[in-house]
Design a protein around this ligand. Sequence first.
Ligand SMILES: *Cc1c(COP(=O)(O)O)cnc(C)c1O
Length: 412
Amino acid sequence: MTDPLLPSAELAYSSPDAQGFFGPYGGTFVPETVIPALEELTAAFAEAIADPAFAEEFGTLLEDYIGRPTPLYRADRLAEATGLARVYLKREDLTHTGAHKINNTVGQCLLARRMGKHRVIAETGAGQHGVATATAAALLGLECSVFMGTEDMRRQSLNVYKMRLLGAEVVPVGEGAGTLADAVTAALRHWVERVEDTFYVLGSAVGPHPYPAMVREFQKVIGEETLVQLEGRLERTPDAVVACIGGGSNAIGMFYPFLRALPPGERPLLVGAEAAGLGVETDRHGAALTKGSPGVLHGFYSYLLQDDAGNPLEAYSISAGLDYPGVGPEHSYLKDEGFVRYEAVTDTEALDAFALLTRTEGIIPAIESSHALAMLPRLAAELGPDAVVVVNVSGRGDKDMDIVREAGLGAG
Ligand SMILES: *Cc1c(COP(=O)(O)O)cnc(C)c1O
């Protein structure tokens, strides 16, 4: 794979290793029965990304179907309101379907087709990854089944309807609490039974090897475009680059090209914003990196919210996309190495940032993305009024209208 952003070998940031470890994190912690499927996938993925025909096909869909490159927009009214010299917004909200998730699902569905699998499965919590997978499956003529907890299906009936419109089957999972963790377990079990014709499309930079590296590969276009778009607009690298962290896919897609292109001393401050929910001092948050400890969940080793016996705790955030008790293994490594700083943002701070962007720029962001936007006043206080900050706006806010209305925004 050629990488034009890599100036010299010494600068290479080259995780994971061949076993999928980012430092101590990641790896493959799954039942024996899943191993052959992961090995087949690892080999097919390596072969695909070495094939220029695959890159060409993916690149064409990124442009013509997803609508890339997405703009890097200079938001001057937002900069003024937050006390910064300049703010640039990477507009993933302008992609087809309105969030970065489509980059990954199109990439994985292309790989599925290349591997001769005619069916894809996915798990979904809030339904965003399910809809993105159903979209890519429709595009590429693949059968699609999405596993979803019964409680989530009740809460997210619009997304259930969208998936069915797109031709996907939604498989209700009634076990446990009927939420995301139960859907993951059911999807994995199903994958093992049907691996000869089925590809499992994972929705974030999580899971056993090779998923974290593969999802990064399909999302790195975000940061690559940003580096190119900054050229000629700035005489220096920006002071900070911010993204929100659920499982960590939009953030690693933004950060990875910066980690590769620049040595540690020359990189902007990279900041990941995770969900503090009602506050990290309460038990109602999703701040795995700030408050969690290393352990195994869903097949990989990483920071996670767990009790003393190692059982995962329930995460909470006002934004469904950040409501996950774990985090992608690469982020755990980047935290320990000090390459990325992670901070937690409360529901209230995110809603304030949501309102601010909406009113200053006429852009209604996803509440997930609002967590990243909430870092702007903090960075202004830390870096001063000359600072230039890039924020990844991972998605648009249309899906969140009921939540912000319930929270009382826009009433006054
Ligand atoms: C799903 C989602 C996220 C969180 O997922 P990551 O894998 O951490 O990127 C963030 N923003 C939006 C808009 C989402 O839909």
